[in-house]
Design a protein around this ligand. Structure first.
Ligand code: KIV
Length: 257
């Protein structure tokens, strides 16, 4: 079986590029909080912000399999409120809702979602909404038990975040649903990264598991500096970048055109 691929997107253009590149799953992760919105942790993102991102991603990738995180602000509410939030996520354009951890309340929410035929992805290991401590080999039994509980509850797959490779392999071999690893070694059924991390656009953290495929933050700064210089020196705009009388034509649409 070829490995599954998943990357995050929170906006129209990233979603378009991921779809064109042939990604298997687009994740509208609650990493949006830090990476896209500048909050200090993922707990602060609201349902409304996740819905805006999900709609933008769906517009950019109409055919893609889109997974959206249930933000803590919704997941920690009463079960019917959490269910309503999940339904809003699906209406916004997601195919699947991802929830973190396998605690009692989370399993209850998953059961409710499954009753309503909402597809669910699990997420265990390092789960920044509720357990942001390193995962150790001594956590093996709980991880295995949690993975079993999630599979029994009917999730379609499980993200394993920063789980020691040997435990991730054991869980992957034990389950009949796919595992998607992030910092969990190469034995999982697939891999996920935060796009802004791998593109070098968000360079505020540098986890061991990250491979950078570009330096977009550096490229942005260079391009912005060049633009500032060009405007200040008067070299932008030049003749060909300006309209003469009557030249504004429909073949060159601008915003709102
Ligand atoms: O929010 C997110 O981007 C995630 C990934 C790190 C798996 O949950």
């Amino acid at each position: 079986m070829p490995k599954l691929t998943m990357l995050t997107a929170y906006d129209f253009n990233t979603a378009r590029a991921l779809a064109e590149a042939g990604i298997d799953y687009i994740l509208v992760g609650d990493s949006l909080a830090m990476v896209g919105l500048g909050y200090t942790d993922t707990k602060q993102v609201s349902l409304g912000e996740m819905l805006i991102a999900t709609r933008a991603v769906r517009r950019g990738a109409p055919e893609a399999k889109v997974i959206t995180d249930l933000p803590l602000k919704a997941a920690s509410k009463k079960i019917n409120v959490a269910l309503k939030a999940a339904e809003q996520i699906i209406i916004a354009g997601a195919n699947i809702v991802k929830v973190e951890n396998a605690e009692k309340n989370t399993l209850r929410i998953i059961n409710k979602m499954r009753e309503e035929r909402i597809e669910v992805m699990g997420h265990i290991g390092y789960t920044p909404q509720t357990f942001d401590k390193p995962i150790l080999v001594k956590d093996r039994e709980k991880l295995i038990e949690d993975a079993r509980k999630l599979e029994e509850a009917g999730v379609m797959g499980i993200v394993l975040e920063m789980v020691p490779s040997e435990i991730a392999q054991e869980i992957t071999e034990m389950l009949s649903i796919p595992t998607i690893g992030i910092g969990a070694g190469s034995a999982t059924s697939g891999q996920v990264l935060v796009s802004d991390d791998m593109l070098g656009r968000y360079n505020c953290i540098n986890p061991k598991f990250l491979r950078r495929y570009a330096n977009q933050y550096g490229e942005m700064v260079s391009a912005f500096k060049e633009y500032i210089e060009d405007v200040k020196s008067g070299s932008f705009p030049n003749e060909t970048e300006s309209y003469n009388n009557g030249q504004m034509v429909a073949s060159q649409p601008a915003y709102g055109a």
